[in-house]
Ligand binder design. Sequence first.
Ligand SMILES: [Mg+2]
Ligand SMILES: [Zn+2]
Length: 176
Amino acid sequence: MNRQRVFAGCPGSALPTGWIHDPRPTAFLDRDGVLNIDHGYVSRRQDFEWVAGAEDSIRRLGAAGYRTVVVTNQSGIGRGLYTLQDFLSVSEWMLTVAPIDAITYCPHKPDDECPARKPGTGMFDRVELVMGVRRAESFLVGDKLTDLQAAVQFGVQAWHFTGGDLGEFLRVRLAL
Ligand SMILES: [Mg+2]
Ligand SMILES: [Zn+2]
């Protein structure tokens, strides 16, 4: 059975199908500002510009035994700036370009107060529920304080990426 690799992390949304609970060291990766240059509400493939070293980093993390999971606030959907289908199309394309295990998202606006929207931990909780996380061996890379807050609250290391080459950033923290 194929695993459903793109799914919402919000309470009440359908659980992704095809996963077996198998706790693994997990690299939680924010999307905008970590995997792609944050041009603001990127919703089309032609606007998606990979950060230097991002695809190779995902490959190396996988080879090093990490499950790679993108955790991304996507309030542009809730704000009506682009559609869920736009986001899903870009996500499916990302999966064809880089060996990302899963992408979980929250489409809500801040005033929806969804517990999945970072700094909430809902997306992380869902990953734990569905596939399992070995927290002590896991980490998040994020460019915003809210990413780091969510990771700390969930109980994994939180690493602040401020731009540059993601491969170099990870090499000084991991033996990749
Ligand atoms: Mg970001
Ligand atoms: Zn949500």
